[in-house]
Design a protein around this ligand. Structure first.
Ligand SMILES: Cc1cc2nc3c(=O)[nH]c(=O)nc-3n(C[C@H](O)[C@H](O)[C@H](O)COP(=O)(O)OP(=O)(O)OC[C@H]3O[C@@H](n4cnc5c(N)ncnc54)[C@H](O)[C@@H]3O)c2cc1C
Ligand SMILES: *[C@@H]1O[C@H](CO)[C@@H](O)[C@H](O)[C@H]1NC(C)=O
Ligand SMILES: *[C@@H]1O[C@H](CO)[C@@H](O)[C@H](O)[C@H]1NC(C)=O
Ligand SMILES: *[C@@H]1O[C@H](CO)[C@@H](O)[C@H](O)[C@H]1NC(C)=O
Ligand SMILES: *[C@@H]1O[C@H](CO)[C@@H](O)[C@H](O)[C@H]1NC(C)=O
Ligand SMILES: *[C@@H]1O[C@H](CO)[C@@H](O)[C@H](O)[C@H]1NC(C)=O
Ligand SMILES: *[C@@H]1O[C@H](CO)[C@@H](O)[C@H](O)[C@H]1NC(C)=O
Length: 586
């Protein structure tokens, strides 16, 4: 009798995972974090009268009105534990269990009315709103004691689902919003006086906070293209490109120090003088892998004017798009040498920023572009000198560039090395390849945001060395909706992967930006890895995400996290696709 009941209990506990863990354990955790344990509630939970399985939160029509109006709003998503920008990461893709609205019309009741149900999907069951180091230690201990997998969640921007997971406990970093100016920062334990102009930011600081801070303190701090991306989380730890990266480097290049809790529970400082292996790994090796970053100190620059250009054309007229792609391919090396960074949108035009040329030199350097866009393509051309990065951002990126959020969307990436731009025949091959690619996908953009002028980093960071000799990070995406079938979603991923293969083949030995890469990137680890997908044409593609840095990253991972307390999809030395953590990936 006794044996039977304990067996029954065991079955219950393992079958219902986190929800089945006795509430006493959660209450004790909650007490140890001073009441900061919260439920992970699906973003659209309040719109659903019916549920499928255990799900947190309640049906609430008034709350639902707010959800419908905020459904595509990046600030609302980023400030909610259950909010994820690419909404498939709220769902269990393999089973189709989800709690999504119709993003093309969030008011469409077809999405949330019976027989449709709301499911917990991949949203963490619980999250600790991290305020103190003790909160992090408590989360680590709890995960180790009960075998509940951890995720680190910051803004929820991750394109590969690395900040959510079924049955997980989230360390939710968004509350750590301190920003401190450091006019003469010397990394702890270093003697390199007089120090550098820097800021120290908490793990939850967004670019919105930071760009505003820079404006108020007469500084330039490069940012990503969306202001709700976190400054110190996955962006910087995975690379971090900006429209002014050509001159100022990647986010990973500018870091001077991290304050970290290691998976073993040690609170350490990592910089060039101490724990320098961890410092190297956190500068490009990827978020959610090596430790829980509490603070980051990053180099900043004085405020400076930004030369800005926006030129657009009508893509439906004649051969306009092809002519445009030919022209920008032809000009890319020259404009990069002059300090321009650009977002090239094949169906719209080009947005450019240059922080180093004088206005007159900037004007001269884009004269050919202006003629081409206005005369040859009969389009528009605007050039202004913005007083600082914030005014540039608000007027150009904020107003003109909208990476869609709140929708199911998946990306793929390829870094295109400079040699593809140096002869007419190689440029022609590149244009042919990307034109076919862009026709095969839902969305496309070329980020001319590589640290090309910034120069070599002598292996100080762990991003793929392919970043250093590339001019472009080509980024494409497919999208779908709440009622797309599992089989069709699977096709969205596989067709994207296949569409990019010719560009991979054209650029052997290059790589992809791992933060914006294919969820099923071939050979993401290189020779020592376990590629999920091997295409016969791709045998010469090596180590897509980290190139020659991969072996060292694996050593560092095994030193700091031998038990895989942290693990994420296609992250360094991950547990692999068959691990239960990844049961919701298709
Ligand atoms: C709309 C949009 C625009 C974007 N624009 C750009 C861009 O211009 N340039 C660019 O380079 N990238 C861009 N990205 C990609 C972005 O860099 C990645 O999505 C990145 O992972 C976001 O990091 P996060 O911490 O904000 O998000 P999250 O999804 O919360 O976290 C991402 C990853 O980092 C880990 N992580 C978060 N915080 C910590 C921490 N404190 N310690 C350790 N690990 C942590 C998480 O576990 C997860 O693995 C964009 C993404 C979107 C959706
Ligand atoms: C944790 O405790 C706080 C304060 O007592 C309470 O408001 C909150 O609901 C608790 N969290 C959970 C998940 O029970
Ligand atoms: C801002 O910094 C620039 C460059 O260092 C300097 O020329 C300018 O005077 C500063 N402005 C203010 C308001 O401090
Ligand atoms: C490409 O650019 C070079 C100068 O950089 C120019 O001489 C040539 O005419 C251009 N070709 C096209 C097709 O635009
Ligand atoms: C910029 O260059 C154009 C030619 O492309 C010229 O007409 C214009 O006067 C220049 N403007 C400035 C401010 O130099
Ligand atoms: C722009 O049009 C002119 C006049 O037709 C032509 O000579 C020139 O080659 C075109 N430029 C490009 C880059 O196509
Ligand atoms: C998905 O829902 C939309 C809106 O309700 C509907 O128009 C469409 O036909 C549905 N598609 C499928 C595949 O069911």
């Amino acid at each position: 009798m006794l044996a039977l009941s304990s067996l029954t209990l065991l079955v219950l506990v393992s079958a219902s995972l986190v929800f089945g863990l006795n509430s006493g354990a959660w209450n004790a955790l909650n007490a140890s974090v001073e009441g900061r344990l919260v439920r992970g509630i699906p973003f659209a939970r309040s719109c659903f009268p019916d549920t499928g399985g255990p799900v947190s939160g309640i049906f609430d029509e008034q709350q639902c009105d707010t959800v419908r109006s905020d459904y595509l709003d990046h600030f609302s998503l980023a400030s909610t534990l259950g909010g994820y920008m690419n909404s498939q990461w709220q769902t269990c893709q393999r089973t189709g269990a989800e709690c999504l609205l119709d993003w093309t019309d969030p008011a469409n009741a077809d999405a949330d009315s019976p027989p449709r149900v709301c499911s917990q999907g991949s949203i963490p069951d619980y999250g600790i709103q991290i305020v103190t180091l003790t909160d992090v230690f408590a989360g680590l201990d709890f995960s180790k004691k009960y075998g509940i997998p951890l995720v680190i969640k910051n803004s929820g921007h991750d394109f590969k689902g690395r900040s959510s997971g079924p049955g997980t406990l989230a360390l939710w970093m968004s509350n750590l919003r301190s920003i401190e100016q450091q006019p003469h920062f010397v990394p702890t334990g270093c003697s390199s006086r007089p120090g550098k102009s820097a800021v120290t930011v908490g793990a939850g600081v967004s670019f919105s906070d930071l760009v505003t801070f820079a404006d108020q303190h007469n500084l330039t701090i490069p940012s990503g293209g969306d202001l709700t991306v976190g400054a110190a989380g996955g962006y910087t730890q995975g690379g971090g490109h900006s429209i002014i990266s050509n001159v100022f480097g990647l986010g990973a290049d500018r870091v001077l120090e991290f304050e970290v809790v290691t998976p073993r529970g040690d609170h350490v400082v990592a910089n060039q003088c101490q724990n320098s292996d961890l410092f190297f790994a956190l500068r490009g090796g990827g978020g959610g892998t090596f430790g829980i970053v509490m603070k980051m100190t990053t180099l900043v620059f004085p405020a400076m004017p930004i030369n800005a250009v926006f030129a657009a054309f009508d893509p439906t007229v004649g051969n306009n798009r092809l002519e445009f792609l030919r022209f920008v391919t032809n000009q890319s090396l020259e404009i990069a040498k002059q300090g321009w960074g650009a977002y090239i949108i094949p169906t719209i035009g080009i947005l450019m920023a240059n922080p180093i040329l004088t206005p007159i030199a900037a004007n001269t350097s884009v004269a050919a572009l202006k003629t081409f866009m206005t005369v040859n393509l009969t389009g528009t051309f605007t050039m202004t000198v913005e007083p600082n990065y914030k005014t540039f951002f608000d007027k150009y990126i904020g107003a003109l560039v909208h990476v869609p959020v709140g929708i199911p969307l998946t990306t793929s990436s390829r870094l295109v090395p400079v040699e593809h731009f140096t002869t007419a025949s190689r440029r022609a091959d590149l244009v042919t390849t990307i034109t076919t690619l862009f026709d095969a996908v839902d969305l496309s953009i070329i980020f001319a945001t590589t640290p090309f002028l910034y120069g070599p980093d002598n292996d100080q960071t762990s991003v793929s060395p392919a970043w250093r000799n590339s001019l472009w990070h080509v980024n494409v995406a497919n999208t779908w909706n709440f009622n797309t079938t599992v089989a069709e979603v699977s096709k969205k991923y596989s067709s994207l992967k296949v569409a990019v293969d010719p560009l991979r083949l054209l650029t052997p030995g290059s790589g992809a930006y791992q933060n914006e890469a294919d969820v099923y990137e071939p050979d993401h680890e290189g020779e020592v890895g376990r590629p999920l997908y091997i295409s016969p044409i791709l045998t010469s593609v090596k180590a897509s995400f980290w190139g020659t840095h991969y072996a060292r990253l694996v050593e560092i991972k095994r030193k700091y996290d031998p038990e895989h307390i942290l693990d994420c999809w296609q992250c360094v030395d991950w547990l692999g696709a068959n691990n239960l953590r990844y049961k919701c990936y298709i």
